[in-house]
Design a protein around this ligand. Structure first.
Ligand code: 3HC
Length: 318
């Protein structure tokens, strides 16, 4: 293809982005646009399925049948979110096997937050309230992202995330209205999950590798810092209602800006966890590899059934 033809295609692509039109899988797109979407969507999908592990750890130990049913539904939702996102990613020309290989080999990332252990039942409340609360704030703008399949996947994901956040907050409310020991358990969970939840939004805007270009392509609609601030402004009043103290001595409402000023995030902890040295990184990847290996017979059976169906259809239609 000549340089002139490529320039023409680039102009058509940029004009679609400018008009807020969706880029669909069959549309021409710059290779870098395709690659960064494979990067972000695949890591988002990996986060969903790895995110099932810390919570799955408490399904058998939920304190009541009602809590068990809600947690089962949530973990099942996360699996579905992973499937929507893997399917959206495959439209960009990468196979499911390649995506899993990237996760298992450590080539692909998943959200740092899932490398922290769930030590008590209150952690399940804190994850729903804080982690899914952060996920909603990060994902709602993605419902309007420029790549069609990603935007459409996000609409359903966000509807389910709001249930996740509410059931988590209800767990925290129940604990905070319970015995002193239960309230202490809720405070301990907030202490351990607050800062890692802020890290979910990624490095600061001036440290972010991708934000500037992702904003130009309307992959991102808000920056990491804008979304982090939105999360803090929304969540601190919720902690006040619970009667819990956010573990940040520098947290203070700023009447001039209308936002909460907050303390320094420990970015060395963030990068340590992202680089594989968190408390649960090894355990999480081991569990994912085992699940992939143990599920091989299911994939083979499904493929065999699909092949049989194809042969039957071909025979019938001649
Ligand atoms: N954990 C791990 N890696 C992270 C990270 C985090 N919390 N935040 C950033 N990074 C990585 C980025 O992937 C990038 O590395 P790469 O180039 O190898 O991919 C590097 O740090 C620089 O960060 P950037 O801010 O430049 O990267 P992005 O522009 O991709 O922004 C993001 C990071 C905000 C996480 C963005 O990718 C995003 O919005 N992704 C979609 C949402 C998502 O993945 N959320 C994860 C949680 S899913 C979840 O919570 C499920 C819920 O049901 C519980």
């Amino acid at each position: 293809m000549s340089a002139k033809e490529i320039k023409n295609l680039e102009d058509i692509f940029e004009a679609k982005i400018a008009r807020d039109e969706k880029i669909e899988p069959k549309d021409w797109m710059p290779e870098k646009y395709r690659k960064t979407h494979i990067r972000q969507i695949s890591q988002h999908a990996h986060s969903e399925i790895v995110g099932m592990l810390p919570e799955g750890n408490w399904i058998t130990r939920a304190p009541s049948l009602r809590r068990k049913v809600a947690l089962l539904a949530k973990v099942q939702d996360e699996a579905g979110h992973g499937l929507y996102l893997y399917s959206a990613c495959e439209t960009l020309g990468i196979s499911r096997e390649e995506l899993y290989e990237q996760l298992h080999s450590g080539k692909a990332k998943y959200s740092s937050i899932f490398n922290y252990p769930t030590l008590t039942w209150a952690d399940i409340g804190a994850i729903g309230w804080l982690v899914d609360g952060a996920a909603i704030i990060n994902q709602v703008p993605l419902c309007n992202t420029s790549f069609g399949p990603y935007a459409r996947a996000m609409v359903r994901v966000c509807k389910e995330e709001s249930f996740h956040q509410r059931q988590g907050y209800e767990i925290m409310m129940t604990l905070c209205n319970g015995t002193q020991e239960q309230k202490d358990m809720a405070q301990d969970a907030l202490n351990r999950w607050w800062w890692p939840s802020l890290m979910m939004f990624g490095p600061t805007d001036d440290e972010s590798t991708h934000t500037e270009q992702s904003m130009k392509w309307k992959l991102k609609r808000k920056t990491n810092d804008e979304l982090r601030q939105q999360f803090i402004d929304q969540t601190v009043p919720q902690a006040d209602i619970l009667g819990l103290k956010v573990p940040d001595e520098d947290l203070k409402y700023n009447n001039e800006t209308g936002h909460y000023d907050f303390g320094e995030i420990d970015w060395s902890e963030f990068w340590q966890v992202v680089k594989g040295h968190g408390k649960c990184n090894k355990e999480r990847i081991k569990a994912r590899k085992e699940a992939w290996h143990n599920g091989e017979w299911v994939r083979e059976a499904a493929m065999a059934y699909a092949d049989k169906q194809d042969k039957r259809t071909t025979k019938q239609t001649g």
